[in-house]
Design a protein around this ligand. Structure first.
Ligand code: SAH
Length: 194
């Protein structure tokens, strides 16, 4: 985190309530509380904790929001989302069957019951549960995929890194037919895969 800033206390509460060590591979547990991304199966990474917190703060999830995540990975961010939505269910899409299994096991071990991990190509969104209040991408696409915008509710927000090697965090908000775009800083994420 480059500057000190106010973070939504609900995001802090969610962060403190989910043990990150349950979402990293066995041999890496001693590093779970360092502010670094860590490798997970299939050549992917669990994001750096400060990045996860910054993204959740920028996303502004409220209780009962219908939330879609693209890129389940370890399931860690999904577990935090599951706290922020209260009793609502979170849908999280993952393209790697290996990571679908990894995330489901981690979520079970952490006692998280309101996340549906779905094996799917997230670039298509997930029309089955649309429209969404919040859509968050944790892998980088060249641009926000059009289906995500189509599946967003009025007053809904999309947050995702866009670009190639170095990416910018992009936030899209819908107000009726108007779409507002903001860029929130530079990050480095694994790419969205086809
Ligand atoms: N949110 C994760 C971090 C995931 S890293 C966590 O908390 O651990 C990004 C993930 O996006 C990887 O697991 C990768 O397999 C997945 N991914 C890449 N392309 C995808 C696609 N097209 N659809 C769904 N998931 C994808």
């Amino acid at each position: 985190m480059s500057t000190w800033r106010h973070i939504d206390p609900r995001v802090i509460e969610a962060f403190l309530s989910v043990p990150r060590e349950l979402f990293v591979p066995d041999g890496l547990r001693e590093h779970a509380y360092e502010d670094d991304p860590l490798p997970i199966p299939d050549g992917q990474t669990i994001s750096q904790p400060s990045t996860v917190v910054e993204m959740l703060d920028a996303l502004g999830v409220l209780p009962n929001h219908n939330v879609l995540e693209i890129g389940t990975g370890s399931g860690y961010n999904a577990a935090l989302l599951s706290r922020l939505v209260g009793g609502e269910r979170v849908t999280s899409l993952e393209i790697s069957p290996l990571l679908v299994r990894f995330a489901k096991e981690n979520l079970r071990n952490a006692g998280v019951e309101n996340v549906d991990v779905v094996l799917a190509d997230g670039s298509l969104g997930y029309p089955e549960k649309a429209p969404y209040d919040r859509i968050v991408g944790t892998c980088a696409a060249p641009m926000i995929p059009e289906p995500w915008v189509k599946q967003l509710k009025d007053r809904g927000v999309i947050l995702a890194p866009v670009g190639g090697v170095s990416q910018r965090m992009m936030r899209i908000s819908r107000h009726g037919d108007e779409i507002y775009t903001e860029f929130l800083g530079e990050y480095s994420f694994v790419p969205l895969r086809k």
